[in-house]
Ligand binder design. Structure first.
Ligand SMILES: Cc1cc2nc3c(=O)[nH]c(=O)nc-3n(C[C@H](O)[C@H](O)[C@H](O)COP(=O)(O)OP(=O)(O)OC[C@H]3O[C@@H](n4cnc5c(N)ncnc54)[C@H](O)[C@@H]3O)c2cc1C
Length: 412
């Protein structure tokens, strides 16, 4: 039974950030109540587990920190306290061992989220965390936090509150950004949400779309030249979609692509279809006599290229460029794809933007509203896929809870 003088923390948002906050808060012998608008917890977390849940990344910790670019310094202390090794130990403690994949990404052994979430919820409930589902936070009133629930409007007060509302993608899973208005009404500054780790649109011909949408281009590299003349390059794979391109290689460059589209209206992505071969070698191979062979079989026999590569050549180049060996070789090493816009935020894996760092102190507490803490994707940071998103959600959830515990203790 809860003792009468036990302090209480409420956590609003039962995604990975909120659940991690609840886990840390309950371990400090504080009463913890978790509220969420949805009928069940962790819906986005479960979706993330559908295509292979990537919990964190096993690269050197300094490299992991650098993935959060502009927000690395604000996230550093939280990530130092909750590095990949701790995430792996935590999953282990739930009976879910992890393994490191070939790209250094860390996955649960069965790649899924559901068994992990089940074990996690069981442990949280056993340790006393109480869950209140279908409770949508509306804002503050003089009576405390206001929720809409199946029983009507409820007012809730607590010694501290941790917000973990998530970002703004996949709104049907719960993170719909409705919290932005009450926050803005309280003079809390926000950077508008934008799609991140998302596909981008470009114009394909009907022929190309019909024949190649859904097909991957593997072992290629993609680069963009930024306005300051810097080349950003990544290697990997992407998928042709009906509307353009998507997949991990595109996601890895999504913040730079977004910025270039914002500044110039489009972004020229250069695809190297033969990253293992120097330009001179490609030119030499292409210069050998083709005889009566089609371009497709010439490209296949000389350079090991597939029909999708040849189709891309025809899709992106003028016939004069295709006839000219030098120009063709150059294009195979830097095929230009003009990206016009990001796919809608609702389809994105994550969102950039959110509550600005200037609103928070080093314990993730709102400076203007002491006793209120924030964690997870609702904060203004961005990172590529690869386990970095969940890593920062876990780490800020834990840090927000530590901040709330410290604050409650200070209040006596
Ligand atoms: C398809 C897909 C695949 C992904 N794969 C990976 C992956 O492999 N690795 C990785 O690191 N990341 C992955 N992600 C990203 C990761 O799932 C998110 O970054 C993470 O879930 C964000 O956690 P969060 O706790 O901040 O927010 P969320 O998980 O979005 O949870 C927020 C919670 O707050 C609740 N809420 C929102 N507003 C209110 C309100 N007003 N009142 C009450 N409750 C509210 C919501 O209902 C929700 O339950 C993937 C995402 C998607 C969409």
């Amino acid at each position: 039974m809860q003792s009468l003088n036990k302090k209480q923390i409420i956590v609003i948002g039962a995604g990975p950030a909120g659940l991690m906050a609840a886990e840390h808060a309950i371990s400090a012998d504080i009463s913890v109540d978790v509220y969420d608008a949805m009928p069940s917890v962790g819906r986005k977390f479960l979706l993330a587990g559908k295509s292979g849940m990537n919990l964190t990344h096993a690269e050197a910790h300094e490299n992991l920190l650098s993935r959060y670019s502009d927000s690395s310094s604000q996230l550093e202390a939280a990530l130092n306290a909750f590095p990949a090794t701790v995430i792996r130990d935590w999953a282990d403690s739930l009976g879910i061992p992890t393994f490191i994949g070939s790209s250094q990404r860390v996955f649960p052994i069965d790649m899924k989220a559901a068994p992990l979430l089940r074990a996690w919820l069981h442990r949280l409930r056993e340790s006393g965390v109480k869950f209140h589902m279908r409770h949508k936070w509306q804002g503050w009133s003089e009576k405390g936090h206001v929720f809409h629930s199946p029983e009507g409007v409820k007012n809730v007060n607590a010694d501290a509150c941790i917000f973990a509302f998530g970002g703004a993608s996949w709104r049907r899973l719960g993170s719909d950004g409705a919290w932005l208005t009450p926050f803005q009404n309280n003079q809390l500054s926000i950077t508008p949400f934008e799609a991140s780790n998302c596909g981008f649109e470009l114009v394909w011909t009907d022929y190309f779309k019909q024949n190649f949408a859904g097909k991957p281009l593997t072992s290629v590299s993609a680069s963009i030249v930024t306005e300051s003349g810097l080349t950003q390059k990544r290697q990997g794979q992407f998928v042709i979609s009906d509307t353009g391109v998507e997949g991990s290689l595109i996601y890895a460059l999504s913040s730079q692509i977004r910025e270039q589209i914002r500044n110039t209206g489009s972004c020229d992505l250069l695809i190297d279809l033969l990253p293992g071969r120097e330009l001179e070698r490609v030119q030499r191979e292409l210069s050998s006599p083709r005889g009566s062979r089609s371009l497709s079989s010439h490209l296949r026999s000389k350079l090991g290229l597939h029909p999708i590569h040849t189709a891309l050549v025809y899709e992106c180049l003028e016939s004069t460029q295709i006839q000219d060996v030098q120009q063709l070789a150059l294009a195979l090493k830097a095929m230009p794809l003009r990206l016009l816009r990001a796919r809608p935020i609702d389809e994105a894996i994550s969102s950039a933007g959110g509550l600005n760092w200037s609103e928070l102190d080093e314990h993730f507490m709102l400076k203007k509203m002491p006793g209120h803490f924030c964690a997870g994707e609702m904060l203004n940071w961005d990172a590529p896929t690869g386990g970095y998103l969940l890593s920062a959600c876990f780490a800020t959830g834990a840090a927000g809870a530590q901040g709330a515990i410290k604050w409650i203790k200070q209040q006596g």
